[in-house]
Design a protein around this ligand. Structure first.
Ligand code: ARG
Length: 472
């Protein structure tokens, strides 16, 4: 026979090229745990529904457990001729338990099987990413608390704009990660329906209990339409889209680490643990981990675009094209997990050069806006006019080669005679950041409160995650 799974009407063996293009085992072997869990749930349901005997179900469950331990021990011989994980497992099951193995595929198709397995896999990936993002947030919030009053230059257009606190800057990434986690959670909620029992596309005449397998696999409910159940890959697309946005955020932070650690800028120092040397230039300390996080965003965004392109012209229901959903997605989630871990490590590890940050924060007339605001408040100038006056004072300071808080009062009064010595109360970087104490502002006391509230939230969440962890 050409193929023992479906060779009934086939006379010839497949061309080696057919096997090469058709086989997905090199990739979908990563779904072995989900495949076995889904098969165990299916077999238990078949027995409960009276479709197979309890004895056969028991044999099947034991056989599947044996296969699981064989795979985990690295003793399982994956065969490309068997195409994919589903047929590799089923074929080994037949070797282990004999004819009862052939009953497992009753009321099921590889189409609903693969949709179920991959949903479970993506769900596990989402849960792992969520935990990693929580650890990343915790690392950032801890550093933010430590550096709530560390002053650094804030930038727009990469030009010194206004002084901010380093803690405030780090907490911006905590907020981004919170939205990322929210997107993953939303995707997870929509993903969490079971395709199992849709069979090839139309459902099955056997009296199966789809609610039972759904519940057993931790799904909220069975999917309502069998065609949709086998044809849908939204769950991968949504998770990849959340992954692409997350990777974009990580890449922005990575880019800042690259810039900040350049000797030209010198705002931070990465330890030897997250830098590499050069084989030719002995002085070099390269931020390779940050650069690679920046680059890995390419493969993650690429996986999203790749799968959107695969899916966009596919008629219902299952098409073999959909087998191409796994390679890019699995690589993307692996790259994302590694990127989050590396960024967490760097967030814990990097040391700001506090003196350099502070000096840089005062450069570039960063408190010019504070001066303009003072002119509005103290002498009631319209903001536009205050802006103009400040511009002339900045020019004067530039001419004298001093920062704004070092420019003598008489020099300012030449431009605006109503300025008094009180102006010096707003011109230092400390006064500038401390004054931005409204909700969401950069003032150290805000940052301290925000960092503490994040740490508390993350701790509470950690406890409840521990309490909810399933025993299975
Ligand atoms: N390896 C396949 C996939 O990943 C499993 C489904 C195959 N179904 C089929 N009718 N050929 O999509």
């Amino acid at each position: 026979m050409a193929n023992k799974m479906w060779g009934g009407r086939f006379g010839q063996k497949p061309d080696p090229l057919m096997e090469e293009i058709n086989a997905s085992i090199d990739i979908d072997r990563k779904l072995y745990r989900q495949d076995i869990a889904a098969s165990k749930a299916h077999a238990a349901m078949l027995a409960k529904s009276g479709i197979i005997t309890a004895q056969d179900a028991k044999k099947i469950a034991h056989g599947l457990d044996t296969i699981l331990s064989e795979i985990e021990a690295g003793k399982f011989a994956f065969k490309r001729a068997l195409e994919d994980i589903h047929m590799n497992v089923e074929s080994r099951l037949a070797e282990l338990i004999g004819p009862a193995a052939g009953r497992l595929h009753t009321a099921r198709s590889r189409n609903d099987q693969v949709a179920t397995d991959f949903r479970l896999w993506v769900r596990d990936a989402i849960d792992a990413i969520d935990g990693a993002l929580a650890a990343y947030q915790r690392a950032l919030a801890e550093r933010a608390l430590q550096h709530a009053a560390t002053i650094m230059p804030g930038f727009t257009h990469m030009q010194t704009a206004q002084p901010v606190t380093f803690g405030h800057h780090l907490l911006a990434y905590v907020e981004m990660a919170a939205r990322d986690r929210g997107r993953f959670a939303d995707a997870r909620a929509r993903l969490n329906e079971s395709p199992l029992g849709a069979a090839a596309l139309a459902g099955t005449p056997f009296p199966i209990d789809r609610a039972m397998t759904a519940k057993d696999l931790g799904f909220a409910r069975p999917m309502a339409n069998s065609l949709d159940a086998v044809a849908d890959r939204d769950f991968v697309l949504e998770a990849l889209s959340a992954a692409a946005i997350t990777a974009t955020h990580l890449s922005r932070f990575a880019e800042e680490i690259v810039i900040w650690s350049s000797p030209l800028v010198g705002l931070i120092r990465l330890s030897d643990r997250f830098t590499t040397g050069s084989s030719i230039m002995p002085q070099k300390r390269n931020p390779d981990a940050a650069e690679l996080v920046r680059a890995k965003s390419g493969r993650i965004v690429g996986a999203l675009l790749g799968l959107l392109t695969v899916m966009k012209g596919l008629p219902l229901a299952y098409q073999k094209d959909m087998q191409e959903d796994k390679d890019g997605a699995i690589a993307a989630f692996e790259a994302l997990a590694l990127s989050i871990a590396a960024m967490t490590g760097m967030a814990r590890d990097l040391e700001p050069d506090v003196a350099r940050m502070r000096a840089a924060a005062g450069e570039g007339y960063s408190t010019a806006t504070d001066l303009a605001d003072w002119l509005v408040r103290a002498i009631k100038l319209p903001f536009r006019e205050a802006h103009h006056v400040t511009g002339r004072i900045v020019a004067k300071a530039a001419e004298a080669g001093v920062t704004l808080d070092r420019l003598p009062l008489p020099a300012m009064q030449v431009i605006e005679p109503r300025i008094t010595k009180d102006v010096f109360g707003v011109l230092s970087v400390d006064k500038s950041v401390a004054s931005r104490a409204g909700y969401g502002g950069t003032a150290p006391k805000n940052v301290r409160a925000q960092a503490k509230s994040w740490l508390k939230r993350l701790e509470r969440e950690g406890f409840s995650a521990q309490a909810q962890r399933p025993s299975r």
